[in-house]
Design a protein around this ligand. Structure first.
Ligand code: SAH
Length: 270
């Protein structure tokens, strides 16, 4: 079989990295979750580790050839604790049939995600999963190093991606992975991310994302400029809010923390 780059097929071939993921997941699974979803099972190298750690493993694989291979693993040894869905992981989103199928497979019990995810769909996938109604307890994902760093960025280098991930979850890089740990070797290094969904503030989520999207609409411009042109309101209006919040009026969107965005949202939608 020839790896399909359109499906982000870079298979993890380093035992050392696979063992490190296994150890990390074991120690992060503080609530002794018994159910895991793996996205993009590939040849099942990571799946085998997950089968050591969990009572039930659900694999979602889009490639029909790899799906057949994963089903073989299921039927030869793990029929009672593993299942494989031939599906597109992007179809897991709030209130979708696939969210419901996962929920049914686990009888509505707690679960988590662990995956070396296809890089072409990273940000969309992570956003979909963080917004789920049937919330995972935690997520451990291998992603491109740059994306991991952007997701975990601190005020000063925030982006819409870090704001949207950190709004939903505490985000942390567990360790970096050299590109030569994969076959075929990708162009860039990777990192293993830990996302822990957190309690959401009592604000309207749509308003929150409206404010942050408008705030980031033009990266080169000051935040006050973006807000004033996005909300069609005079700068004076935002100057007052900024001064109430103790924000400098020259501040840029990338300087705000999640708490600042939440407070800004409260102030705009009083
Ligand atoms: N977990 C394996 C494979 C990683 S490669 C390993 O660590 O070696 C990424 C995997 O995701 C491939 O198996 C690819 O076929 C699958 N994939 C790609 N896009 C997908 C999608 N949209 N939904 C589900 N699986 C997908």
């Amino acid at each position: 079989m020839r790896p399909n780059s359109l499906l982000g097929q870079n298979f993890l071939i380093s035992d050392f990295v696979l063992d490190s993921i296994e150890k990390n997941v074991l120690s992060l699974n503080k609530n002794s979750i018994e159910n895991v979803v793996e996205i993009g099972g590939g040849f099942g190298f990571l799946t085998n580790k997950l089968l050591n750690l969990f009572s039930k493993v659900l694999v979602i694989e889009k490639d029909p050839i790899l799906y057949e291979g994963l089903k073989k693993i299921k039927y030869t040894s793990f029929d009672n604790k593993m299942d494989v869905f031939l599906e597109d992981a992007l179809d897991i989103y709030k209130k979708s049939y696939l969210e419901k199928k996962i929920n049914d497979y686990f009888n509505n019990q707690k679960y988590c995600f662990v995956a070396n995810i296809p890089y072409s769909i990273t940000s969309r996938l992570i956003r979909n999963l963080l917004e789920l109604e049937y919330k995972p307890d935690f997520l451990v994902f291998m992603v491109q190093k740059e994306v991991a760093e952007r997701i975990c960025a601190k005020p000063g280098s925030m982006s819409l991606l870090s704001v949207s991930c950190q709004f939903y979850a505490d985000c942390e890089i567990l360790f970096y992975v050299d590109k030569n740990s994969f076959y075929p070797e990708p162009k860039i290094d990777s990192a293993v991310l830990y996302l822990k969904p957190k309690k959401l503030p009592s604000i309207d989520i749509n308003n929150f994302f409206r404010v942050s999207k408008i705030g980031f609409s033009s990266r080169r411009k000051k935040l006050i400029h973006n807000l004033s042109s996005g909300f069609l309101k005079d700068k004076v209006y935002f100057k007052e809010i900024f001064s109430k919040m103790g924000l400098d009026e020259n501040v840029r969107a990338q300087n705000l923390s999640i708490e600042d965005w939440i407070e800004l949202c409260y102030n705009i939608y009083v």
